[in-house]
Design a protein around this ligand. Structure first.
Ligand code: KG4
Ligand code: ZN
Length: 340
């Protein structure tokens, strides 16, 4: 007998992207993301505005995801949603919507941890993408998190180290603000970094023990550097922007790679995956590719579509939990802080 197909609708609303995706087993049928441009005017995400925009976007985004997948809501097997971590008001929109729809359709509800999803996005079945072999190390780098996680199985994860202050995405965005770039600045710094000299300026790397990260000192170092240089030459930033961006990126990638090397040394695990918004970065992607030859690592780099926040990653976790019949109770609550 042929196996029945499982259709999962994933819903992501933890920060400023409203997203819905439909999976058939572990293959993506659709992945729709509505980003909220409104926050660019404010130089960062405004939680109150984010919740309102989610409320406005959620039905059209889900509708589009179903339409693109060419299935009806009655064909869905279950609904997976982001329970946390994230902004409470944003999470509430996705959670309430997912509950109502699952209840109305009489199908299971599955809660998903956003950070686990950034890692498990690697298990989406894609042509030309190999799935990680267990155990592997995951470097999750986003606007809210910087962690090295040991992944022994899909739901057996241990955080080996994380940031004690800012996340790496914040380091990008805050440095960008100092340089007068728009929000989020990560992609723009990355674009300019590829045109500049990475060794033009030297920034001090933080000294933090073991697998812990710290980025707040770097951010302050960049601020003081820019203030000092602009005093001498008011056009310093405009005249040297590509070199400044390249030097910042070189420092950040150096910090990430140093910690990864230490994690490999400590665990003996040489299979490395990256996830989260900053895993779109060209510098970290290249550094990991180089490490394959240099250090004999096997690296797993996500498709661009699955790096920044998206519902495809929520849906794949939904699918993996569905196989285990790991369903949620309908009184499950959104949680701003949720550990892996
Ligand atoms: O995972 P994500 O979409 O949202 C969070 O869960 O935080 O990550 C967003 C972060 C932002 O800080 C953004 O600047 C950064 O990812 N980002 C990048 C790049 N693309 C996005 N940072 C560096 N280089 C990039 N190419
Ligand atoms: Zn994220």
């Amino acid at each position: 007998m042929e196996k029945e197909n499982i259709y999962i609708l994933g819903i992501e609303s933890s920060c400023d992207d409203t997203s819905a995706a439909v999976l058939c087993n572990d293959r993506i049928l659709s992945n729709v993301v509505a980003d909220q441009r409104i926050h660019a005017e404010y130089g960062g995400v405004v939680p109150e505005l984010a919740s309102r925009a989610h409320q406005q976007n959620i039905v059209p985004v889900v509708h589009q995801a179903l339409e693109k997948a060419n299935i009806t809501k009655e064909q869905l097997s279950a609904i997976a949603f982001t329970r946390g971590p994230g902004l409470m008001g944003s999470l509430l929109v996705g959670t309430s919507f997912a509950k109502s729809l699952a209840y109305g359709l009489g199908i299971p509800l599955i809660d998903v941890n956003h950070m686990q999803a950034h890692i498990l996005a690697h298990f989406i079945d894609e042509d030309n993408h190999k799935k990680p072999l267990f155990p592997f190390l995951a470097l999750t780098i986003s606007g809210g998190h910087t962690q090295i996680v040991k992944v022994s199985h899909h739901f057996e994860m241990e955080v080996l180290g994380e940031t004690i202050d800012d996340a790496v995405g914040e380091a990008y965005d805050k440095s960008g603000k100092v340089l007068g770039l728009g929000y989020p600045a990560g992609p723009e710094i990355d674009r300019r970094a590829q045109l500049g000299n990475p060794k033009a300026y030297k920034f001090t790397k933080p000294k933090v023990d073991g697998l812990k990260f710290s980025f707040s000192g770097l951010k302050t170092g960049i601020l003081y550097f820019v203030q000092r240089e602009t005093k001498a030459n008011p056009n310093f930033v405009e005249e040297n922007l590509n070199d400044i961006c390249a030097s910042i990126q070189y420092t950040i990638i150096g910090i990430l790679m140093d910690k990864l090397k230490l994690a490999v040394k400590q665990t003996g695990i040489k299979h490395i995956a990256i996830g989260g918004g900053v895993s779109a970065n060209s510098g970290i992607r290249k550094a990991l590719k180089d490490a394959e030859n240099k250090h004999g690592w096997t690296t797993y780099i996500p498709k661009f579509e699955y790096t920044t926040d998206n519902a495809a990653m929520i849906a794949i976790v939904g699918y993996l939990k569905y196989l285990k019949k790991d369903f949620s109770y309908f009184d499950v609550m959104a949680t701003a802080r949720l550990k892996i």
